[in-house]
Design a protein around this ligand. Structure first.
Ligand code: ADP
Length: 627
């Protein structure tokens, strides 16, 4: 076979250059990366043996090995895992991992790149931080032949047939020459390798072995004995007692296992004994993954049976509204042979999922109570998912999720919970008031808002398109109904005022009918109101669909042309009402038509709705102001 030199893919080359030029100072992480890959490869082989009768493994023989060769200045890391075929060597080592490449593609900032390497790790390529040549010898479980991948860095790589007999991968690093700034000799020292394994890879659940020499004195003679030493404790981090694990270890574990470059916002541990016993280690990420609100995002927790990974993303363990949670569950009561098909009817999984849901809810409640600042940060990224949970369950989950929701309040323009709102309610107030709009500023400009504020009622600003649907599905909170300040039913008047308004509306019913027909029945009613303090008009809505909901529903792909039942309300205390009465009395149809059209379009503008015919409107206004 001829050796043909191949080029790396573009992003790989960028990453490789960074590695070779060593902009990142914490070079020792290469060992963590290679061991993590080796462990994954053994996991894959083990996992295969569970489902593929042709593949059998002896659990006791699965291991990772490290070999130091001081004379040749090489360090070798090998595993007896699944191995790589020629094609896999090509695709896996010639291109960088998808998640990693996405991160680097988005980024042109060197410091950020360094942060990503530090916290996220960059896998196999990190070997080039310490080596000027890397040789990968690998035999796939599915292939009779083995192959050798060799690269001296950015110039490219070669692949040729090799002579490895057993399945697995052996990676040999030819360490760089030391210079003034860096010493690579330290990676040839046993004690140092041992220290690094303890620091980064202690929890790896396969033994990491190294041949060490020990001197023994026998009959006054010093004798050198070589023996295998297992460098890691193999106790998974979630099996260690809570006191034993430092926060930093959890963070490292999380960033390494769950491909995040930032440490988690919260770590949740629990151990449950009962009908189904399990240990879980959960994390709440500090930010939403880039694909979180897309179809590509897959929720799920890793599932272990007695410390062995049996499924990477078990989605049945998490409800959709907690899909942001990352982590793992380890249970002795789950069979090793569980498959995706049998999973769904699995009683134990169901029990664990229920118990986790309760646990996560409780932790989020504590989080909200004890660390408001970070909870708000969390809510900004994941609040939408919680709201969606209330909505998509038709309110069935409102008891689980209702208290976790935050909304901005007119009290201080800060986040509030519904519970806090209710606690602050005025005496005699039995309704939770809210107003909808694109932004807080825009909502504040709504004429309907002014009067409610004037009467000193607190308003929740709903700026997210989902918000009002959430309230509609919740129906009530703590026995209090929700009411949109633009709802026709909003009524803050005294009995006397109400009576007065009723009379005046009855008196003018002919005027309103005429106005309604001028508007071609675009509104279901025209009437006087007291809800507006200084503003002349507004639109309110009657029934289940508000104008804001109309906007949202009609922007959806399956637009069903939903129409809110709108009412044009005119401020009875505004001079415009007298003007309208006068025009009607004088039977000045022509003028009344112009006024009506202008008022209706004004009300639409205020609501953020489009004007039906801008030319007509501007012409009408011009005509009137030129008089
Ligand atoms: P990542 O581990 O994040 O996917 P890496 O660059 O470390 O990225 O590795 C790329 C791919 O190469 C891995 O996903 C895996 O498929 C393969 N690989 C790396 N090391 C090994 C190994 N020791 N045995 C088998 N496959 C490996």
């Amino acid at each position: 076979m001829t050796k043909l030199k191949k080029q790396f893919k573009a992003e790989s080359k960028k990453l490789l250059d960074m590695m070779i030029n060593s902009i990142y100072t914490n070079k020792e992480i290469f060992l963590r990366e290679l061991i993590s890959n080796a462990s994954d490869a053994i996991d894959k082989l083990y996992y295969r043996s569970l489902t593929d009768k042709k593949v059998s493994v002896d659990k006791d023989e699965l291991e990772i090995r490290i070999k130091i060769d001081k004379d040749n200045r090489t360090l070798t890391i090998s595993d007896n895992g699944i191995g790589m075929s020629e094609e896999e060597l090509e695709t896996n080592l010639g291109t960088i991992a998808k998640s990693g490449s996405e991160l680097f593609k988005q980024n042109n900032d060197k410091q950020k790149d360094i942060d990503i390497i530090g916290q996220f790790g960059v896998g196999f390529y990190s070997s080039f931080m310490v080596s000027d040549k890397v040789v990968v010898n690998s035999k796939s479980i599915d292939d009779k032949k083995s192959y050798t991948w060799t690269s001296e860095g950015a110039s490219g790589y070669t692949i040729e047939e090799g002579n490895k007999k057993d399945n697995g991968t052996e990676i040999t690093l030819y360490l760089k020459e030391s210079d003034d700034d860096n010493s690579y000799e330290e990676f040839l020292e046993e004690y140092n390798i041992e220290r690094l394994i303890k620091k980064y890879s202690d929890y790896i659940h396969y033994p990491i072995k190294m041949l060490v020499e020990r001197t023994e004195t026998k009959n006054d003679k010093e004798e050198k004995i070589s023996e295998d030493k297992t460098l890691n404790s193999m106790i998974p981090i979630w099996k260690k007692s809570e006191k034993e694990v430092k926060e930093e270890e959890y963070n490292d574990f999380y960033t390494d296992k769950f491909y995040d470059y930032e440490k988690p916002l919260k770590v949740i541990r629990s151990s449950v004994e009962g009908r189904c016993s399990y240990t879980s280690l959960l994390f709440i990420p500090s930010h939403a993954p880039f694909d979180y609100y897309s179809k590509e995002y897959e929720k799920g927790l890793q599932l272990y049976s007695k410390g062995v990974l049996i499924m990477d993303k078990c989605s049945d363990l998490l409800p959709d509204y907690f899909s942001f949670v990352k982590g793992l569950v380890d249970s002795e009561d789950i069979s090793l042979n569980i498959s995706r098909e049998t999973l769904q009817e699995n009683y134990q999984i169901e029990l664990i999922a229920k118990s986790l849901e309760t646990k996560i809810k409780k932790e989020l409640e504590n989080f909200l109570e004890e660390d408001r600042e970070n909870y708000e940060k969390f809510f900004k990224d994941f609040g939408m998912q919680l709201k969606y949970g209330v909505y998509s369950s038709y309110g069935a989950k409102k008891d689980v999720l209702g208290d976790l929701l935050l909304f901005t309040s007119s009290k201080d323009k800060k986040y509030t919970t519904l519970k806090e709102y209710v606690e602050r309610m005025k005496e005699g107030q039995d309704t939770i008031y809210y107003a909808c709009g694109e932004s807080i500023d825009k909502i504040d400009m709504l004429p309907q808002v002014e009067t409610v504020k004037e009467k000193e009622y607190e308003i929740l600003y709903l700026t997210d398109y989902m918000d009002e649907f959430v309230f509609k599905t919740m129906m009530e909170y703590d026995g209090k109904n929700f009411m949109n300040v633009s709802d026709e039913k909003l009524d803050l008047d005294s009995e006397e005022e109400k009576e007065e308004l009723k009379k005046s509306n009855e008196k003018n019913s002919k005027l309103f009918d005429e106005m309604k027909s001028i508007l071609n029945d675009s509104v279901s009613k025209v009437q006087f109101t007291h809800r507006l303090k200084n503003h002349p008009v507004c639109l309110t809505s009657k029934g289940e669909v508000s104008t804001e909901m109309e906007k949202v529903l009609n922007s959806m792909p399956n637009n069903q042309n939903v129409k809110a039942e709108t009412i044009l309300e005119i401020n009875e205390n505004h001079p415009i009402s007298k003007k309208l009465e006068k025009l009607h009395k004088e039977k000045n149809k022509e003028e009344l038509e112009k006024y009506t059209k202008i008022l209706y379009q004004e009300a639409r503008l205020i609501e953020g709705l489009p004007v039906d015919n801008p030319t007509e409107l501007t012409n009408l206004i011009c005509e009137i102001i030129s008089k």
